[in-house]
Design a protein around this ligand. Sequence first.
Ligand code: GLN
Length: 189
Amino acid sequence: MKTIGVLALQGAVREHMNMIEKAGAQAVAVKKVEQLADIDGLIIPGGESTTIGKLMRKYGFDVAIREFAEAKPIMGTCAGMIVLAKEIVGNEEPHLQLLDISIERNAFGRQVDSFEEYLTIPGVGEDFCSVFIRAPLVAEVKHKDIEVLATVNDRPVIVRQGNVLAMSFHPELTNDERIHRMFVNMVEE
Ligand code: GLN
C-alpha cells in the first residue's frame, strides 16, 4: 500500500487524511522535512497560502519539496495550488513554482465567499461536487504541458502538469473520494 503525506503546517490536514484512507492508501501528517523520504506522494492542503509559504521556508520545506517533486507526485488544493504556482497575480512573491500557471488569489471577489459547482472531470467522472472557499483561479496557463481538466466561467479550476495535480476547490470537504483516488493512481503509476 502506498503512503501519502499531507503537509501539516497549517490548514485542512485531517480531512485530507481521511479521504486518502478512503481512497485506499495510508495517510500521514508531514511536519518534518525528514518525513518526505518515507512517503510516495504529497498533498498540500487549503488554508492560507501566505502562512503556509512562510512556514515552508522557515522549516526548509521549500527546497525539500522541490527535490521531492522531481521523483514523486504532488497534489495541491486551494491555498496548496497557490503555493505550487509559478506566478501570483499582483507581484506577490511566488512559493514553490512547480506549476507553470499564474494564479489569482480570492478570484471570485469578496461578495462570493464560497459556492459549490458540479464538475465533470476526465479521469474522475461526472458531477463531482466541488466546494470553493475564497478560491483562487488560474489567470494564465504558461506551458503547453498543462492539461486543463475542468473550468468555471471559462477559467481553469483543476489542472495537471506531469506529476503535479492542483485545484482551486476543496475535494476533501465532501464524501466523494474520487479525486483522491485519481491521485492515489498517479502515485501508484
Ligand atoms: N484565500 C486563501 C489564500 O489565498 C485560500 C483559501 C483556501 O485555501 N480555502 O491563501
